[in-house]
Design a protein. Structure first.
Length: 153
């Protein structure tokens, strides 16, 4: 087994190096949108997306020099063709390692202030009560936020 030194002097196996050093870390924001009936908006990833046919909270990548709240408002406007107002606090912050990348998923509660969420990238959107969220097959990075919502009741 080959061992490689890192800049900090830590020695790790070549497999560990590929997993940890070479994987891209992606910072993503996710909207936990709640309506007047206390239902949460859930989005089904399309077959063309990475991690296909799994449910997630809608959102997207944070651009360079963009704060997370502005990024979320922009992404929801682009993906769902509606405007949201974000709560100015992070609901859940989770880092998850997938096969080809690492995601830092920051979930933020918000509410629709203009328009109606309409899917453009997702296969489907549904509104669910908290207690029914675990009936869906969620993308692994979203699971901690889902569990937190269910426990919050």
């Amino acid at each position: 087994m080959q061992h490689l030194p890192t800049k900090s002097g830590i020695i790790m196996s070549s497999e560990m190096y590929r997993r940890v050093i070479l994987k891209k870390l992606v910072k993503v924001v996710a909207a936990i949108i709640e309506n007047e009936q206390q239902e949460i908006l859930c989005a089904l990833r399309s077959p063309e997306m990475s991690i296909p046919n799994m449910w997630e909270f809608p959102g997207g990548k944070v651009e360079a020099n963009e704060d997370i709240f502005s990024a979320l408002a922009r992404e929801i406007d682009e993906e769902l063709d509606c405007k949201v107002e974000t709560f100015k606090e992070v609901f859940n912050d989770n880092t998850h390692e997938y096969d080809t990348f690492i995601i830092n998923l920051i979930s933020i509660k918000c509410r629709v202030v203009e328009g109606t969420p309409t899917p453009s990238e997702h296969s489907k959107l549904i509104w669910l009560n908290r207690e029914n969220l675990d009936s869906l097959k969620w993308a692994p990075a979203d699971v901690p936020a889902v569990e937190q919502l269910i426990q919050e009741k």
